[in-house]
Design a binder for this molecule. Sequence first.
Ligand SMILES: Cc1ncc(COP(=O)(O)O)c(C=O)c1O
Length: 373
Amino acid sequence: MHVPLLDLTLQHREIRDEVLAAVTSVIDRQQFIMGPEIAVLEAAVAELCRTSHGIACASGTDALLLPLKGLELQPGDEVIVPAFTFFASAGAVANAGGTPVFVDIDPVSFNLAPAAVEAVITPRTRAIVVVHLFGQMAPIEAILALAERRGIPVIEDAAQAIGARRRIGGQWRMAGELGWVGTLSFFPTKNLGGYGDGGMIVTSDPSTAGRLARLRLHGGAKQYHHDEIGTNSRLDSLQAAVLLAKLPYLAGWSAARRARAARYATGLADLVGIQTPGTDPENEHIFHQYTVRAERRDALQAYLRAREIGSAIYYPVPLHLQPCFAHLGYDRGRLPETERATDQVLSLPVYPELTDAQQDWVIDSIRAFYAKR
Ligand SMILES: Cc1ncc(COP(=O)(O)O)c(C=O)c1O
């Protein structure tokens, strides 16, 4: 049985008519740049994240880059980033002129460890990027406590965690709600994916919102008048229309992913060789990825591939050991939990349209692999 890691055609089939109607209306109106869909989407996503402002932009990478540029980093300024994340979290820091300072992760949640953050704060620390990896929030309250005491802004990279929430002081708080800014990606494979690249910054700081809205439009509030040097990082109206059509489905899709995750947890629970992902009891996970730790990971992946089951290694190389960061001088062994994770992780199919039969085939195949050891 064929079980791809993700099959977006299935989701598209369900919502095809709504998406095509939304796209057609943009095409009929011919307002492709900053059309009315943009402000509607910004308001809707800000509301979801419980922030007062949303600033749509060209990608999740730019959603990180724009606020980092806004900090006007000087050579030697440091930004703390987990070493176990997608490249953009750290690449944006370097592109904004800062030096990434990599920290290790908590082995259960794969999210950055607050104690590791505290250990590397220096007088040159200008920001902390908290990544909510795979769809569950990092302990943002602990990081904010460290950062606020020192006046350091916190950027929540919520590219993989739109709509995820965490109980803090007895109240649900959304991914992106509490940091200085939260950043989102609408890359097609994300829980809320466009039909191309896209991203958004959310914030409840009105002056930050105004500044970032200008920076994405060449730094000017008024056309052909430039207060500072920005860039072109707009979201297309077409993408906003697609995302608005999909947004009402997001909560249901994420709940379906949680149900799939629960089924894996049961099906793989007693298996020596597999460690299913841990959810912090204070979190509601959206399972952008369902990522296990596997003994003999590469052999398991090959075995699954032979059975036409898709899987992926997010991420195979820790960021502190990437060649482009060699000049920063990190050696292997420096961030052991990150390095262990990169050797062990395997992400399994977890999309809402996965059938029980397909998921059973994945579970049975993993069990068969470890039975033949
Ligand atoms: C954690 C994280 N940050 C940032 C990004 C960048 O988003 P984009 O691909 O939309 O530029 C991604 C995308 O995969 C991501 O997973």
